[in-house]
Design a protein around this ligand. Structure first.
Ligand code: ZN
Ligand code: MN
Length: 475
């Protein structure tokens, strides 16, 4: 039923930027880490006569995001007042951008972007059952990036992919921690359905606090709006919230036309000619960009990694950096696939819940010994079983030097063919009955002797050499 209508979604995403200070004053930008109302001043409290000053770093961060998504950076830009009453915004207006956003266009995860602008965050309300609603102004005035996409998303999965890519990009750029649970990144989805080219009436869903919730809200709206139209009804233009407990959207307020915010340029702030500011030049901004997730993924795939290994390393940059470090140290480039296998599967699980994971993965000794381990493995000098055991010891700090440990513990594969021959000879003497069985045609019994040999040599033997020697001596 619901598949009969085309779903169309446009996203609006707000992201708190990780600057030292707030957007228009010198207060610390630390809403999570401070006591309530500790990081406030006359500017962010909108006291009469206080004057805002633009935070250059916040502007720079948005321009870097713009560069990263291939958007057009503004030459001229200005800040506007968006007038509306809100209890946690004492000014009576929000400083935002209207006609001249910092960035227009661009693309991320295959989704065309409309614009990216900069504004200030509102304070946060805390609802207390005895004291009523309390307001913490620490968050008021925190630099807030707003990114708007074109209505070009046609499934919940695409919307989820876009959101996750944006989160990853903000983290790669160091522009925001983009932690959804802490409200660093907040999603709104404009959802409509239609049977033809013309977009249907859109419903705005807010209060979405996870990517999963967003996907579910979109699916829910697709079904709800389809049922409405099928029953001959109409979709109301409205704002709806997402109820994570009930797994459904609910009506918050109907929209009576579009609100008139009476935007006008903030007379307390100067317009900016971005081309006049050296730090905002194309070259300087481009040089400030790290390798971006998409480029990193391509680099890994060119190196021969599977797309799932590449994806794991891109999405977990700490692990990706570790992989880059160990493969820099590893002698031969073709070891990359083996290295990726151990990093993505073993190192990832061995370090998953360790609090000092980052320092372990950065440790020069852990890096260089991993490389040596891969080399031993590729040279067939250790078994994969020993490799895994030693890797765990390395990460837990009980093994400091893998080659030395392998040597002392007799884990190095025996290259001494005489030792292999002597071992096989002893095994044959001690297992005369099994040898007779093999000679009379029960070749599967050879596996038993092979197991004995592996045990005797502690697995530190080339399995083929052992097998060959057994066959040779049994005849
Ligand atoms: Zn302040
Ligand atoms: Mn906004």
């Amino acid at each position: 039923m619901s598949t009969a209508y085309t779903l169309t979604v446009g996203m609006e995403v707000h992201v708190e930027l990780k600057t030292k200070t707030k957007m228009f004053c010198g207060c610390a930008n630390d809403p999570d880490g401070s006591a309530p109302n500790a990081t406030i001043c006359p500017v962010c409290m909108a006291h009469p006569g206080s004057l805002p000053v633009i935070n250059k770093e916040a502007v720079r961060q948005v321009l870097r995001v713009g560069k990263a998504v291939g958007g057009r950076l503004a030459d001229y830009t200005e800040f506007d007042r968006k007038n509306y009453f809100y209890p946690d915004l004492p000014k009576g207006y929000q400083i935002s951008q209207y006609e001249f956003p910092l960035v227009t266009g661009g693309e991320l995860a295959g989704v065309q972007l409309t614009r990216i602008h900069l504004e200030e965050d509102t304070a946060s309300s805390v609802h207390d059952s005895t004291l009523g609603t309390l307001i913490d102004y620490n968050r008021g005035g925190v630099p807030l990036m707003e990114l708007v996409t074109e209505p070009v998303i046609h499934s919940a999965e695409e919307a989820g992919k876009f959101g996750r890519e944006l989160q990853l990009l903000m983290r790669y750029l160091g522009a925001s921690d983009a932690d959804m649970e802490k409200g660093h990144m907040r999603l709104e989805a404009n959802i409509s359905i239609s049977r033809n080219e013309r977009l249907g009436t859109k419903v705005e869903v807010k209060n979405i606090n996870s990517f999963r919730a967003m996907e579910k809200a979109i699916q829910f709206e697709h079904a709800r709006q389809s049922a409405l139209l099928d029953a001959g009804g109409e979709v109301q233009q409205e704002t709806r919230g997402w109820d994570d407990g009930a797994q459904k959207t609910f009506s918050q307020r109907q929209k009576e036309g579009s609100a008139d915010y009476r935007y006008f340029p903030d007379p307390d702030l100067p317009p900016l000619m971005l081309s006049d500011i050296p730090e905002f030049s194309d070259e300087v901004l481009t040089a400030s960009l790290p390798e971006l997730p998409a480029a990193r993924s391509v680099r890994y795939q060119i190196a021969g990694l599977s797309s799932s290994d590449a994806e794991t390393l891109v999405k977990d940059p700490e692990l990706g950096d570790y992989f880059d470090a160990v493969t820099r140290a590893t002698r031969i480039q073709s070891f990359k696939k083996t290295a990726a296998n151990y990093v993505v599967n073993d190192v990832a699980s061995m370090t998953r819940d360790i609090s000092n994971r980052y320092s372990i993965l950065k440790d020069k000794n852990v890096i260089s010994n991993f490389s040596k381990m891969v080399e031993l493995l590729e040279d067939k000098k250790i078994s994969s079983r020993s490799a895994k055991d030693m890797l765990l010891g390395l990460i837990q700090g009980t093994i400091i030097d893998i080659p030395q440990h392998a040597k002392e513990q007799g884990l190095l594969v025996v290259e001494d063919l005489e030792l292999v021959a002597r071992t096989v000879s002893t095994i044959i003497q001690n297992n005369a009955k099994v040898v007779d069985e093999i000679r009379s045609g029960k070749t599967s019994a050879l596996e038993f002797l092979f197991g004995q040999g592996m045990k005797e040599l502690r697995g530190a033997v080339n399995p083929q050499a052992l097998r060959d020697e057994l066959k040779r001596q049994i005849g």
